[in-house]
Design a protein around this ligand. Structure first.
Ligand code: F6R
Length: 369
């Protein structure tokens, strides 16, 4: 079943290019995004004034990445709520609220209850789900399936990139319906999206050995930190989550700008820190701020592993290690930067002799509250 791979996780990481590609199939036609499952919802999409994403764990981080793109493209405020917090926060729900749930399994009890709560309080609900006919899509007004294929390893990998892909397609569909992006702008984004699978494949081919080497020398680490900014911030959170669940190492993700507000006190000589570096082509300012963050932690002895685009030489004087990702427009960097972090957690887990597919204390789908 593992098709020659050492674990389901290794197999599923290798399937990420197809997970992205298959999620786009039939939804992008010559630069136009049209999702069949959303036909008939134009009137709703034109009048919504707020989107609330409900999800947990990795799916919630996909929501956080998607928030930036959907807000930019469709000009609707998006907030991301952990599904288990949602019902207890007396959320503001109106007929103009769209609640978007994200769930690989479609069975996560907290997310299901959030969707039911939203519907009972008058919201329209849209499910982004990887499992045909699961409970959450059945309880929702509409569903956009991710086509990652069945995910067996407990740690989510290919479903995560498929969830971001589905959110981006949804954002572009919404932008067309709402008239917030012109056809050329939508076509440019679809071109970037369709280029992602080959770029993921390239990372898997060129960076895996290096990442495995890093995992081996970090196998005895007590704590590993992750920094990112903008769409790189949820990627830092996801990198930390993968490491906790798979390698049982304390890991934390921070927004790079928060460093000086506290976390920098954690830096002592030898502390490994992964930094997701945004492209200088996206925002010169943001790139140089992250490079300054690297300098600040390096001056305090951190061992910096930068994930930076090919050709970014600004990181070279300061980073101890550089993992390269191909050039992509800013919104598409998360789909690339997450790959080495997933591989790192998997390699570190196996370096410690742990069960990569079935970490202790965890279940693939959490069907209790
Ligand atoms: C982490 C992981 C979990 C799930 C979360 C939601 O690797 O897999 O954090 O993302 O339990 O599960 P679904 O997407 O099935 O609702």
């Amino acid at each position: 079943e593992k098709g020659g791979w050492s674990s389901f996780m290794a197999k599923e990481i290798n399937e990420e290019p197809e997970a992205v590609l298959n999620t786009t199939l039939g939804r992008v036609h010559e630069g136009v995004v049209d999702i069949d499952e959303l036909a008939g919802l134009d009137e709703l999409f034109a009048r919504i004034d707020r989107i609330v994403v409900v999800a947990s764990g990795t799916a919630a981080y996909a929501g956080q990445v998607g928030k930036y793109a959907v807000e930019r493209w469709a000009r609707v405020p998006v907030e991301v709520q952990l599904s288990h917090e949602f019902r207890y926060s007396d959320p503001i729900i109106t007929p103009e609220t769209l609640v978007v749930s994200i769930s690989q399994s479609g069975e996560t009890m907290d997310t299901l209850l959030a969707v039911k709560y939203a519907a009972e309080h008058g919201a329209k609900t849209l499910s982004i789900c990887n499992t045909q006919g699961a409970t959450i899509p059945r309880e929702s007004d509409a569903v956009v399936y991710t086509h990652a294929g069945p995910e067996v390893a407990v740690a989510s990998t290919k479903a995560f990139v498929a969830q971001i892909t589905a959110l981006y397609l949804f954002g572009l569909h919404l932008a067309r319906v709402r008239g917030t992006l012109d056809a050329d702008a939508i076509a440019a984004q679809t071109e970037e999206l369709l280029a992602v699978p080959a770029k993921i494949r390239q990372i898997l081919e060129t960076e895996t050995a290096e990442v495995a080497r890093l995992a081996h020398w970090m196998a005895d680490s007590r704590a590993i930190l992750f920094l990112g900014r903008h769409v790189g911030y949820p990627i830092a959170l996801e990198g930390a989550l993968k490491l906790k669940e798979l390698a049982y190492i304390h890991a934390e993700g921070f927004a790079a700008g928060e460093l000086k507000h506290g976390p920098i006190a954690l830096i002592e000589p030898g502390q490994p820190v992964f930094v997701v570096v945004p492209s200088p082509r996206g925002s010169e300012t943001m790139h140089s701020k992250v490079v300054s963050n690297i300098q600040e932690i390096r001056a305090r002895g951190a061992r910096v592993i930068a994930i930076a685009e090919t050709g970014d030489v600004a990181v070279l004087p300061f980073a101890d290690e550089v993992i390269r990702i191909p050039l992509a427009a800013p919104f598409f960097e998360p789909l690339l930067a997450v790959i080495p972090l997933q591989v790192f957690a998997m390699e570190l887990s196996s370096a410690k002799g742990l069960d990569v597919d079935q970490p202790r204390n965890l279940a693939k789908s959490v069907t209790v509250e």
